[in-house]
Design a protein around this ligand. Sequence first.
Ligand SMILES: [Zn+2]
Length: 385
Amino acid sequence: MLSKEGVTQGDLLAMVLYGVALLPLAEILQKEQEDDMQPWYADDAAMMGKAPAVASCFEKLIEVGPHFGYHSEPAKSFVICPLADEAMAKAAFDEKDLPVKYCRGHRYVGGFVESTAMEDRWIEPMVEKWVSGIKALSKVEVRYPQTVYAGFTQSLQAEWQYLCRCVPGVEKHLGPVEDAIHQHFIPALLEINFEEVSEEFRHLLSNGVKQGGMNLRNRVKGAARLHKSSSKASEVLAKSLMEGAALDLVLHKQCVRKAGAEARKERCEEEKAFVKCLMEKAPKAAKKRLERMGETGAWLTVTPNKLNGTILSADEWRDNARLRVGLRPHRLCERCDGCRAGLSIEHALSCKKGGLVCQRHDDTRDEAGSLAAMALTKSRVSYRP
Ligand SMILES: [Zn+2]
């Protein structure tokens, strides 16, 4: 099927195409009504200003838009204003014969503008959807912990993270999401009881991987910072929109980078302070573990991929995750197979007769042997001198 107008969903060049095709149109409209603020996001046009000015600007858009392949539909457009102003706005739009809809608040590029009551009603179903998503993942992760963990940390939690960035005060809605993570997701991930996930333990897991956590963010606590850093990052952009001045791209990029780096630094310092505080009261072995935790998490951040050979079995992943947070791996024998002593992690890693040292030694020996046998012949390889 030939696409004669518009941009195909998911096209990587879509944003560039929108920019190239619609910038002249946006400029014409800007000239028409210089007092209106007119932010465009892709093909999403918005206007802010006094009702008569916005109405005539919209009329112009309908008139010249088709020359640029932009067909706006008044019936699908919304006027957002307080109830008291609706009659005046309606008069302005009716005069131009524009059958738009009127409301107190509406979704706008992933966020929400105006009415907080409507915003609440908009957020609540999303929270419900996320909670049921987390619960569903908790069932899957019993068998596929690595895949679910990657999906959760790299994708799902970014959904409410985005909302935290663009809408202030979202944290008051995110309680159920946090509860689902705390009561369902983490217990299933590490195969522990819900009672074992103490507040302190939950806090540690919310740290970044480099700060000894597992990147399972608690947005009830972190939402305000996200919004602050996002507002800071868009300062230059917002100023150019408000003043109707040209956007200084270099300055904008600098601003974004600086805000991101500052927020990251602030978060890392807070996380480090928390780990330090844990270390102070921890016994010696736990202290050592906390000290090294940050350097041993690269495997957690890797996306499981068959081609790259980065897939771990459920047992491999979970054993390592449990070791990382100081829990005994499941199905570990009671006694050492070499010396019959009680098998602790430390013993398994240091016993010269049995445990993992011997197993790892044998693994390496067999691997080297089979490679050598491929190069020569099987009969020429022997495991003993
Ligand atoms: Zn032993």
